[in-house]
Design a binder for this molecule. Structure first.
Ligand code: ATP
Length: 309
């Protein structure tokens, strides 16, 4: 009998309200992550990766479909019933500069989710924060420093410690190493692998970088224009991709002149040179479909999960 996946996404659809209608950013996506497993999600900029991530941690309420966390559908769950489940899935953000409160010390940043999860004793929170800071490889002296006093890689470690504070079973890493240079990226990936082994953590690793996904994910889905176009074991998909799009992604990733130091957009031109145009219904968002105003944004947009727990 197949064990219940820790997370199963079924036929997920996410639409954003835009002038004159809606824009479908995610269009019928399904995948599953077993306990302790790691799934990579790759695809060009704008294909819907972050929208999926934000739906899974329920910063967004999806339009349709199911998000089963250990069998419980959280896709439409009201906040009151969602709250006790939030700690089980945490997110690590791309921008280690913007996602940490600059006014707080590392200890306060890591202790905050502990407080929100009901740890009353300040001394206990401080002790736990110190243990987490140590676990992510930062020295004890880091505890009283503020984000501006850390390097990008160190800040990302604080972000990981903050995510771990809730005791999650699944970390959703949305381009979590993209802002880091290559050697620091390797160290953070190594940390994520160690946490997977030590804590049995599961991951969804969202990246435009196939190298990152290859490092950490046993399964991968390749997205294009809101849909999954190819999926399977990472080794198979990346070494023998079936879809021309995946082959182009792979070639772009292997070509150092295409990827080095560039933003994900670099992939788009690399792929465009290699591919027939996308069908009209898969075309990238048009100028008149620019992101909606904050008051039209989907439920919870702009909040960080840590801030709501
Ligand atoms: N609030 C919003 N309102 C309208 N459209 C949006 C909104 N947020 C995202 N989109 C659009 O939805 C699509 C998917 O966006 P998303 O951020 O999920 O892509 P992505 O694959 O994560 O891109 P990147 O790799 O650049 O972060 C894009 O076309 C984007 O312009």
């Amino acid at each position: 009998m197949t064990p219940t996946p820790l997370l199963a996404v079924e036929d997920l659809v996410v639409e954003y309200p835009v002038a004159g209608g809606v824009f479908r950013a995610v269009d019928g996506v399904s995948f599953a992550v077993p306990p302790g497993g790691a799934l990579g999600v790759v695809g060009e900029s704008g294909c819907g990766k972050s929208t999926i991530a934000r739906s899974i941690v329920r910063l967004l309420r999806p339009t349709r479909g199911r998000i089963l966390l250990d069998g419980t559908d959280i896709a439409g769950l009201p906040e009151r019933r969602l709250r006790p489940l939030r700690k089980r899935v945490q997110m690590v953000f791309q921008d280690p500069y913007g996602s940490l409160d600059p006014h707080l010390t590392a200890e306060e940043i890591v202790a905050e989710p502990l407080r929100l999860n009901g740890m009353r004793s300040g001394a206990e929170r401080a002790r736990r924060a110190a243990a987490l800071i140590d676990q992510v490889g930062l020295p004890a002296g880091a505890l009283q420093r503020r984000p501006a006093e850390f390097s990008g890689g160190q800040r990302q470690r604080i972000g990981i410690a903050r995510a771990l504070a809730s005791g999650p079973e699944l970390l959703v890493c949305d381009e979590a190493t993209s802002a880091l240079d290559v050697s620091v990226q390797a160290q953070v990936l190594q940390l994520l692998r160690e946490l997977q082994t030590e804590r049995g953590l599961a991951y969804i690793v969202i990246s435009h970088n196939l190298g990152v996904v290859r490092e950490i994910s046993s399964e991968v889905v390749v997205m294009r224009a809101g849909r999954i176009i190819e999926s399977g074991p990472t080794g198979t998909v990346l070494s023998a991709p079936v879809e021309p799009y995946t082959r182009a992604l792979r070639r772009a990733a292997l070509d150092p002149t295409t990827m080095r130091g560039r933003k994900p957009r670099a992939l788009v031109s690399a792929i465009a040179a290699d591919q027939a145009p996308v069908a009209a219904d898969q075309a990238p968002v048009a100028a008149d479909q620019a992101p909606v105003a904050a008051d039209q944004a989907p439920v919870g947009a702009g909040q960080e999960p840590g801030a709501t727990q």
